[in-house]
Unconditional design. Sequence first.
Lengths: 293, 111
Amino acid sequence: MESDPLIEAGLTFDKLDSQIGQLPSLSIIVTRLLVLLQRDDVTMAALTAEIARDQALATRILRIANSPFYGLSSHIGSLQQAGTLLGLHTMHSIITAAGIIGHFPPRQDTGFDRFSFWLHAIGTGIAAQVIARRSGLDSEQAFTAGLLHDIGKVVLTAYFEQDFARVLVYRDEHDCLIREAEQEVMGFDHTHIGARVARHWKLPNLLITAIQNHHTISSKASPLAELVHVADIICRGMDIGHGGDDLIPTLHPDALSRLGLDWPDLRSLLPEIEELNMSAGLLLEGLSDSEDI
Amino acid sequence: MKTRIKIKLQKARIGQVLAHDVIDFNGNCLINESVVLTGDMISNLQQRAVDTIVVWGQALNENEIIVQQHAFREKLAHRFRRVQNNSEMCLLHDILLSWRLENTGVDSNED
């Protein structure tokens, strides 16, 4: 049988591991902040002192805190004020978003709309946050997990451009989910890449497993992975941003009930998800150092 | 049909077009009518404690609502085209469709 040139040319696990090891690390300050945020005894003073060491990050965080997304009526002029007005939990989300979205190089022409991608990522974060509140789970952790669930895709577009171009060709020729195209072309998908990158960046284990398992829900899946699984599918159904294809993955039949939800519950959450997403573009504008993200 | 809509500033979105000048408490014009809102402008208005603004919005007539509903129905069906035999996904499809149809033509930004 003739070999498939797409698969032959594709990225391999070995090549991936070796290249991920060479990817730029998150800045030392962002890494330190993510470690600090995992501690139960973290104080706002310690966080703001660390943020202040990276002027670009501090500026980005203030821009986000002042964006209409957070709806504060007065202008926030300092990190201390941002911490006092927004609280530790919200600062956690802002710091993670500012540190990671700001990490990626400017958009390249890969046939992938990165702005719409981040809108989908933020939308999934918002949906996960709204569902978490109803399910009694940590809503800020849910936001972060939703925001980062497809980080493997943006790594593919930014650092493995040729492999990603082959994925897009396969997706278009076979009318399939982008994840299926990734598996066919490379033998693995963005969840594997995302989990490896998250590990490389020393993100918390809970986040790593949520990134890795949000498409492969089993009875052993963490509530965070289930939350992201449901949030991702809801966002695609509500047409929020663009996750890389125009199909919808299949919802795991037990995912809702394991989160303590039923269908009427889910429907009742849709207006809030849509309302919060209306200003997601404003949050995204605050996250970027330029318009070209 | 274009119509003027008064909205809370916190619900303003980038890209909306002002249908009236934005005036502060002292009668100064902060932004002129017809300007397209940017994120910086919205932030600036927030700093100046502006509460509401008037933007151009879309008030749909009955035919436009039908067209929009049809378009959404088609788009959703397209997105769900590979999961039509899955009962859970059919339920999700119906929930999304009924929710969207109920809300078509209602600008949720409108006060």
